[in-house]
Design a protein around this ligand. Structure first.
Ligand code: ADP
Ligand code: MG
Length: 476
């Protein structure tokens, strides 16, 4: 008998089951995510144990489906290891008071109360002439690259997908264009559908919702419209800002939102700005949005941009040399969509023209995408040596004091060389004056440092891209 196993001989069955479940619960806590545990596993109540079948009470039909599909085998294996015998498990919906009435004795002869499964109703559809927006299969959590700029939004979306209508409701994701909001909404939908085929997931963007509503008004089909939108279990609403100025649509959205929210349905919303900046949005709606989790997505840093490009290349089986990846990721900074557009164009061009992919090719083909490329020197805004030193220190993991100081560790020397290089590139300052900003170094030391920075960047595209990144930020 293992340490986990119970001694079945000494207890009555009800106590055995209760003790077994306590142990199983403890073990399950280490095997599933915290969200899953708190949302689905902890609320389970053991009901009966008879003929090698354990009945487990769960709070809702939704939880039953979810547990059945995703966690049945784990829960069964855990209970088996505790009980030391094979068992079947059965999830039974029962209201919370009943679930709190502790265990039903296995000897009372009554079958455990099972709610009749609701007959699957004919799914409500949109009024004729309107179409649903399908989920894009490629937009999944697996294909989403996590970085500092999107970590919170990703975590919120993942938690919502694992436990809809339990943790964050509504989830509100906002940020600039091309930064992954739509991708995350679809990822939530794809994940839920994959794990629970009975769950009705509807994705709509603000424009479509408006069109659907206007069409229904015109065709006198608002009842059908409402039936459709109010039968949703998980509602993914993209680009909500586009309904902000439309009074009637906003009102309808508000009622749909309330109807779903009050019946415990999950709502995920995206917008190009935060709730407080949605100025023409009704105050009632803004405050509703603020009840859940609000997460922003920002522009990805260089490493994330490179990882996104590499992931995309791997997915499409494209082979792009690293220096080209760094070159493009260094130049296109604020929009992942533009980054993807650039690679697609480069791949197409190289295959049509039958020429290898190189930074030169990227340079000549992708001019239009390089919205962030440096301005001619005479148009650049003034940047001071201090600003450059600060920016380089931040990017290279050191401090401004170290850069202007006397230390000669590899990291500090590199940061100093890069900062001097950028001073020459971005300011009109003579080398001797640059030297003065770097702890009174002389003209020839600055010159040597700049040559060194240049040769290091030539040999290392990742470093070149990092420097490029700092430079772009300074020039913004
Ligand atoms: P938004 O809705 O914020 O305008 P999208 O979700 O449409 O942006 O993203 C634009 C493109 O960039 C999509 O193809 C998406 O897959 C991709 N993308 C954005 N962020 C990421 C990321 N973190 N990882 C992988 N792909 C991303
Ligand atoms: Mg979008």
């Amino acid at each position: 008998m293992s340490d986990e196993q119970l001694n079945l001989g000494t207890d009555d069955h009800a106590t055995t089951l209760r003790r077994a479940w306590e142990r199983a619960l403890h073990m399950l806590g280490n095997k599933v995510s915290k969200v899953t545990f708190e949302s689905y596993i902890r609320p389970i109540r053991p009901l009966s144990y008879e003929d090698n079948e354990v009945a487990l009470g769960v709070p809702s039909a939704f939880a039953r489906e979810w547990l059945d599909r995703r966690h049945r085998s784990l829960i069964r294996a855990t209970l088996e290891s505790v009980l030391g015998t094979n068992v079947e498990i059965r999830f039974t919906v029962c209201p919370s008071e009943q679930r709190q009435l502790t265990l039903i004795s296995i000897d009372d002869g009554r079958p455990a109360a099972e709610e009749p499964r609701p007959k699957p109703a004919k799914p409500a559809t949109l009024p004729a002439g309107l179409t649903e927006s399908p989920l894009v299969a490629r937009y999944t959590f697996d294909s989403f690259v996590i970085g500092r700029s999107n970590r919170l939004a990703h975590a919120g979306a993942q938690a919502v997908a694992e436990a809809p209508a339990t943790v964050y409701n509504p989830l509100f994701i906002y940020g600039g264009s091309g930064l992954g909001k739509t991708h995350l909404l679809h990822a939530v939908g794809n994940y839920i559908i994959q794990n629970n085929t009975n769950c009705r997931v509807v994705y709509v963007d603000g424009e479509n919702f408006t069109d659907h509503y206007v069409h229904s008004l015109r065709e006198r089909k608002t009842d059908e419209f409402r039936r459709y939108y109010r039968s949703v279990d998980v509602w993914l609403v993209d680009d909500i800002q586009s309904i902000a100025g439309k009074e009637q649509t906003k009102e309808e959205f508000f009622h749909t939102f309330n109807a779903l929210y009050q019946t415990g349905k999950q709502i995920v919303i995206s917008s190009d700005r935060s709730p407080k900046d949605l100025r023409t949005m009704d105050e009632r709606l803004r405050s509703r949005f603020e009840c859940g989790l609000i997460a922003d997505v920002g522009a990805p840093d260089l490493e994330t941009r490179v990882a996104i490009m590499q992931a995309r290349c791997e997915h499409e089986s494209w082979s792009i040399p690293d220096d080209v990846v760094y070159y493009i990721a260094g130049a296109i900074q604020s929009n992942v969509r533009a980054l993807e557009g650039a690679i697609t164009k480069l791949i197409a061009y190289s295959s049509i023209m039958k020429c290898p992919i190189s930074t030169e090719l990227a340079q000549s083909v992708l001019g239009e995408y390089f919205i962030d490329k440096p301005l001619p020197r005479h148009l650049r805004k003034g940047v001071s040596a201090e600003q450059i030193i600060e920016a380089v220190a931040g990017r290279f993991g050191t401090t401004a004091e170290a850069i202007v100081g006397q230390g000669r560790s590899r990291e500090v020397s590199l940061a100093r060389q890069v900062a001097m290089f950028l001073c020459r590139e971005l300011t009109e300052t003579p080398l001797a004056v640059i030297g003065a900003s770097f702890g009174n170094r002389d003209h020839s030391t600055v010159k040597r440092a700049i040559s060194k920075a240049e040769s290091l960047m030539d040999a290392d595209p990742a470093l070149a891209a990092q420097v490029h990144d700092v430079r772009m930020r300074l020039e913004r």
